[in-house]
Design a protein around this ligand. Structure first.
Ligand code: C2E
Ligand code: CA
Ligand code: CA
Length: 615
């Protein structure tokens, strides 16, 4: 900072001692500037130094807010927070106190008595609340003719400033002006170094820095990251045929559109002319990445209109994953770039993963995502029913409805391939509702045709547990006149983590629908938590049943779950029972119900009906 610009006007008659004090203040502040102390800290120090010189006074600095219409307090270390809150939003004017008036007239204002000065007439509340009796304020100027704020000293006593105090005020206001100017320059310099002026996106340098930080925290938290390099297809033609001005506008529009999709969750940067990169924030799992890619690719299907010209652009996307494809920012960027070139080679307007195996599975799943909605309308989804038997009597007492996708080209797709995608994309709401309605309809039809009634179990995803959905369930049940006591919904333990869904669970309970805890033992629910849930059944997860004969631990777990369930008054069912040994063990431990390939695989509607045919 240039110390010599701080004025020492001769109009003020200051003594040697006073001049020494001013110099000491300037030196203190200068040292802080030289040491690169944070500028707000310097402003606080300046206020405190002024307060040292003028006893019984409080210093405050106000500047225009971002909009530039009213003033906010930038620094006032000794002023109480309530007073600052009241001052914020002060609009400069002729009666806006000493500061508002100083900014308004671009001239220092020395109010000796705030209670009878016209300039304070609009702020009498403030005067009363905080006992401010005098206030002197000097405008802060960056340019000569425009005040951007004020430096003020307020007192609890009526007082007129001496020439020295006026000098002090002016000096402080000047120092603040210089500090703010310097701060502004640093900011714009930083913007130049790290931001792309055309799109406002961060540039490669800052992106790499951010990626480095993200890698560090992802490796500590054992999270995945995904880096997506996007290169526009055919952008060169836009520049060649329409000129750079239009080209720039196209880029800006593309960036705006992508930004809208990304929101604040992902880091977005411009690498080079028409090359961009996205760091998928804390959702590096391949499934979320697929959805993100799907949304970006779909975005480019819409035409862009720039100055009456229509453009159809597309983009090629390359993806690398942390930690699989690299553990440094450079490696991840390079590999995503390689993958992007593979996408170009593959015909553009598509995405490629650096790890090729992933590309195939992604392509398969992306096809499923795009296909799902029309598949439901086409009637591709079918339900299978897997019988559940009473362990003691071997009687069929229930059936679990299990959905499959009868795909015209891909064949029968198991639910594990599409349920997670449906959950992620929100489609589960629609699909789940269809499953619910169809299963209830089918069972009601069976029972009406004379098949003995049994309990119907329908799987429910946590995402389906909302008030809207439950109301729809109720309507479906009413319309079918379905015997509600026969209905059971299977939910998984993850639900316990979602407190919002607990309320919905109680609503189901109030409707008389029974709840079974599916895949029990794989989650983190404790006995204590179970006690508070409205559930009536525990389903021991298949993974414990699988190794019952070999694994002593699994035997203990299964045994414990059965005993625990019974102690809570719950029915216990084992799923995935494939062998007589498993069945014998479960019988010995008193497991109530059995479901599994040993007794029956999931059956089509016809096969299930056949079970009841009298031959
Ligand atoms: P789940 O709820 O645990 O369903 C039991 C799964 O175990 C079914 O697989 C069933 O076919 C299989 N299974 C039954 N007995 C045996 C056995 O003895 N051995 C073996 N190895 N497997 C057996 P599926 O039908 O492929 O369903 C897989 C998962 O998909 C289900 O697991 C469930 O989480 C989900 N799902 C299926 N239908 C629906 C649905 O309509 N809605 C929701 N939200 N999820 C569903
Ligand atoms: Ca189930
Ligand atoms: Ca299960």
């Amino acid at each position: 900072m240039e110390a010599q610009v701080i004025p020492f006007h001769s109009e003020y008659d200051v003594s040697t001692e006073q001049a020494r004090k001013l110099l000491a203040l300037q030196r203190e502040i200068l040292e802080k500037v030289a040491l690169n102390v944070e500028y707000r800290e310097i402003l606080d120090a300046l206020c405190k130094a002024a307060e040292q010189i003028v006893p019984n006074a409080l210093a405050s600095i106000m500047t225009y807010d971002e909009v530039g219409t009213s003033l906010t307090v930038l620094a006032a270390p000794s002023v109480p927070a309530e007073a600052i809150a009241q001052l914020n939003g002060l609009v400069p004017g002729e009666r806006a106190g000493s500061c508002g008036t100083a900014v308004y007239h671009n001239e220092a204002q020395y109010v000796a008595n705030t209670r009878n000065d016209l300039r304070w007439s609009d702020l009498q509340n403030f005067v009363d609340n905080f006992s401010i009796r005098a206030c002197w304020s000097s405008p802060i100027k960056i340019e000569k003719n425009k005040a951007i704020g004020s430096f003020a000293l307020s007192s609890f006593e009526e007082r007129i400033p001496s020439a020295f105090y006026k000098q002090l005020l002016e000096t402080c206001a000047h120092i603040v002006g210089i500090l703010l100017l310097r701060q502004e320059k640093e900011q714009s310099l930083l913007r130049l170094v790290h931001y792309d002026p055309l799109t406002g996106l961060i540039n490669r340098t800052l992106f790499k820095e951010k990626l480095g930080v993200a890698i560090e925290s992802a490796s500590i938290q054992k999270q995945q990251l995904a880096v997506l390099v996007l290169d526009l297809d055919g952008f060169k033609d836009v520049n060649d045929w329409q000129g750079y001005d239009i080209g720039d506008k196209v880029l800006q529009q593309v960036v705006k559109n992508i930004r809208e999709i990304l929101g604040h969750r992902h880091t977005f940067s411009r690498l080079a002319s028409d090359e961009f990169v996205v760091l998928a924030g804390n959702s590096g799992e391949p499934l979320s990445v697929q959805l993100l890619i799907g949304t970006i690719l779909a975005l480019f299907k819409k035409k862009l209109t720039i100055e009456q010209h229509e453009f159809t652009l597309s983009t090629s996307i390359g993806v690398s994953l942390f930690p699989e494809d690299g553990t440094t920012a450079s490696d991840l960027l390079r590999n995503a770039d390689t993958a992007m070139h593979a996408a170009k080679k593959a015909g553009r307007a598509c995405a490629r993963f650096y790890n090729e195996g992933l590309t195939n599975s992604v392509k398969y799943k992306m096809d499923l995502i795009t296909d799902m909605r029309s598949a439901l309308a086409r009637g591709d989804f079918v339900l299978y029913y897997q019988p559940q038997y009473c362990q003691k009597t071997n009687k069929l007492v229930g059936a679990e409805a299990l959905v499959r996708w009868q795909h015209p080209e891909k064949g029968l797709i198991p639910p594990n391939d599409f349920i997670p995608i449906a959950e992620e994309s929100g489609f589960i709401q629609e699909l789940g509702l269809w499953v619910f309605a169809e299963a209830c309809r089918q069972c009601k039809a069976w029972w009406d045709s004379g098949i003995p009634e049994f309990s119907l179990a329908v799987n429910l995803s946590v995402k389906q547990l909302d008030a809207d959905n439950i109301e729809k369930f109720r309507e479906i049940l009413c319309a079918l006149e379905f015997p509600i006591h026969h209905l059971e919904l299977e939910v998984t333990e993850s639900l316990i983590m979602h407190h919002e869904s607990l309320a919905e669970l109680h609503k189901l309970d109030a409707l008389g629908i029974r709840i079974a805890m599916d895949d029990f033992g794989t989650g983190h629910s404790s006995l204590a938590q179970l006690k508070h849930l409205p559930i009536s059944k525990l389903k021991i997860d298949r993974s414990f049943i699988k190794d019952l004969s070999e694994d002593e631990n699994d035997r203990i777990i299964a045994k414990t779950i059965i005993a625990m369930g019974h102690s809570l008054g719950l029915i216990v069912i084992a799923e995935g029972v494939e062998t007589v040994e498993q069945q014998a063990f479960l019988a010995q431990e008193g497991c109530d119900l059995i479901q599994g390939y040993l007794l029956s695989r999931p059956l089509t509607v016809e096969q299930f009906s056949d079970l009841f045919k009298v031959v």
